[in-house]
Design a protein around this ligand. Structure first.
Ligand code: ADP
Length: 614
């Protein structure tokens, strides 16, 4: 019972996969399909032209070994075969050139489609993915489609045409010997179908998952290596990496060992020597028993031996097509991501009164991480979001700049649902400074001007001075014209102050801050706190507080637990209230005390300031 349900589910999943593939091919390859088909036809013709000279030369040999060679026919056959070889060269160059022309146009359209899509997906699409994943889409998957359009399709067509044309000729020469050749190919096909049979797709999916796991743990290992070694525990960082490698190698060995045996047997069947021995044995039998002419063996020795190689090429071609098809599906899924709606016209918010009205949100359907949130952020006040790790603070804060849209309820700015505002107006009203500071490739000045391109030098300097980063910028080799990552290498704290300056310059009346100082060094922390003090003055501010001692002076605290608001009010009142906030506050006090004790102890240098709310 269970297995038949499983089978039905697997069948339905395969059907969905095929549907996705069809949709992906229609969208991404549809525009070039007819031209690609024409280039494929040209390739098929060119492959035929590759086989025909061999056939003619085999015929020449048969003619010469016959009882009365016809020299005129021999020369004609040789000249024709030379002519066809020349034609093949011409046809294959034209097909390749044509496919590359189709591809360059296709790449242009595809990249434009993706660039447009990326400018419309919600910002949260990027935070949900590592930069490695985004790069895989934009580089790896696009390249896979290039390979598909410019090479793989044509190579596949050639790999099919060659053996088929050869077999047709061989059957014309002698169907009995051809059956021997066909039997070896059929044997190979059976072996391959066993390899690619049930569970292959799932195995490939697991293989990709293991690969992703290994590369993630490699990056983690390499990124963390300095810290781990600095604390004298090189083995510690090793563990996850080692576990991933061991898991991968166990999976790979279990999967590939039986396949390798089968594959070895399959390759043996296509081995030219094996095919030659089989053909010779069968041929000798045929000559002895049925009185066939010995020259019947010549075409089989000329052409039959090469057929295995072209079938192997077919396997590689099919693999390349499969990979390109998977890339097409991934790109199609990206194009299917719903756009962030951006109305052409909308109200322009003013003072910055923000309301969350009965807001619920889930990243996945049926799994809410925020439920029934009612909040009011008044202009000129700072509201701190507090709660255990995973309670939904970052999610809630990211809904205001529309990293994601609410699942239910609404968020308003001055009474207007934020979904009705033009995104330009929304981002003029709502600025954000998040922990993972994003600086674009370009100069320091270009980064600062992102929020207000028309700001003059005085305004820029006022912002950088207020954010305590002006002096540091002047120390860079080319000052404000230094390029990020080239001659402007900034520490984490400095990059944060630069992003605060950028927010100051953009001058949005509403600000979302992920308490940006969590990982800064003490000196930077003081500078960042001063910069933030300037930034938040007279704005509507929502700050995600990871450490409670930094929010003692805020106007309003909202305590989240498991996606609900469990308490809210002024911090002094909540501290005495005996609820979750007062417990977190006490835990925070104890942690701070421990940190101070550790810091004042003479021998240790370990910073153990963990996120108290965790
Ligand atoms: P906090 O900021 O309080 O630590 P988060 O808002 O980061 O909490 O997370 C709230 C819940 O949402 C957690 O269960 C977390 O696992 C989940 N979550 C956070 N980000 C994502 C995401 N991009 N996709 C799916 N689930 C997420």
């Amino acid at each position: 019972m269970g297995t038949s349900t499983d089978r039905a589910e697997a069948k339905a999943e395969r059907a969905r996969g095929r549907e996705r593939q069809r949709a992906a091919n229609a969208l991404l390859l549809g525009p070039v399909r007819s031209r690609l088909a024409a280039a494929s036809a040209l390739t098929a013709l060119s492959s035929l032209c590759a086989v025909v000279p061999f056939i003619l030369i085999a015929e020449v040999c048969r003619e010469l070994l016959g009882p009365a060679p016809d020299w005129d026919r021999t020369w004609t056959l040789l000249l024709v075969s030379l002519g066809i070889l020349g034609l093949r060269g011409l046809l294959s160059s034209v097909a390749l050139l044509w496919s590359h022309l189709i591809d360059s146009e296709h790449q242009f359209t595809l990249r434009r489609l993706l660039a447009r899509k990326l400018s419309r997906v919600p910002l949260g699409w990027f935070t949900e993915r590592s930069s490695g994943e985004v790069k895989k889409h934009l580089q790896g998957d696009v390249e896979a489609l290039h390979y598909l359009v410019a090479h793989a399709r044509l190579e596949f067509v050639a790999a099919v045409t060659l053996p088929v044309a050869t077999l047709v000729y061989l059957f014309v020469v002698d169907w009995r010997l051809s059956i021997v050749v066909t039997a070896t190919l059929a044997g190979y096909a059976v072996v391959m179908s066993r390899i690619m049979g049930e569970g292959y797709t799932e195995k490939i999916a697991s293989y990709e998952q293991w690969n992703a796991k290994v590369s993630a743990s490699t990056i983690e290992f390499v990124d963390g290596i300095q810290v781990v070694r600095a604390f004298g525990q090189p083995r510690r960082g090793h563990h996850r990496y080692q576990r991933a490698i061991e898991g991968y190698s166990a999976f790979y060995t279990a999967w590939v060992t039986p396949i390798t045996r089968l594959e070895g047997f399959g390759s043996l069947l296509l081995n030219p020597v094996v095919v030659m021995v089989l053909v010779l044995v069968a041929g000798l039998g045929l000559i002895g028993a049925a009185g066939a002419r010995p020259d019947v063996l010549i075409p089989f020795i000329f052409l039959g031996l090469g057929i295995g190689g072209s079938v192997l090429a077919l396997g590689y071609g099919a693999q390349a097509l499969r990979q390109a098809s998977a890339a097409a599906v991934r790109l199609w899924e990206l194009t299917e991501t719903p756009d962030l709606t951006d109305p052409a016209d909308g109200p322009v918010p003013g003072s910055g009164l923000v309301r969350f009205e009965d807001v619920s949100f889930g990243y996945r359907e049926g799994h809410l991480v925020l439920r029934g949130i009612d909040l009011e952020l008044r202009p000129g006040t700072i509201t701190a979001l507090v709660g255990p790790s995973g309670s939904g603070k970052s999610t809630l804060a990211r809904l205001l700049p529309r990293f994601f849209d609410v699942t239910a309820g609404r968020i308003t700015v001055d009474g207007h649902d934020i979904r009705t505002l033009r995104s330009r107006d929304l981002y003029r009203s709502v600025g954000f400074v998040l922990q993972d500071v994003q600086l674009i490739a370009g100069t320091v000045r270009e980064n600062l001007l992102l929020g207000r391109p028309d700001a003059d030098d005085d305004a820029v300097e006022r912002a950088t001075r207020a954010a305590q980063i002006h002096d540091r910028i002047l120390e860079l080799p080319r000052g404000y014209d230094s390029e990020i990552g080239v001659d402007a290498r900034l520490s984490g704290g400095e990059a944060q102050r630069l992003s605060i300056a950028r927010a100051l310059l953009a001058d949005a009346p509403i600000l979302v801050l992920d308490e940006a100082t969590a990982f800064a060094d003490p000196e930077s922390e003081a500078a960042i706190q001063d910069a933030l003090a300037v930034l938040v003055a007279s704005r509507t501010v929502l700050v995600i507080a990871h450490r409670l001692h930094t929010i003692a002076d805020v106007d309003h605290v909202v305590v989240l637990d498991e996606g609900r608001v469990v308490e809210q009010g002024p911090p002094a009142q909540l501290r005495e209230g005996g609820g979750l906030f007062s417990r977190l506050w006490q835990a925070n006090g104890r942690a701070l005390q421990e940190v101070e004790e550790v810091a004042s102890a003479p021998t240790t240098a370990v910073d153990n300031t963990e996120e108290v709310s965790a």
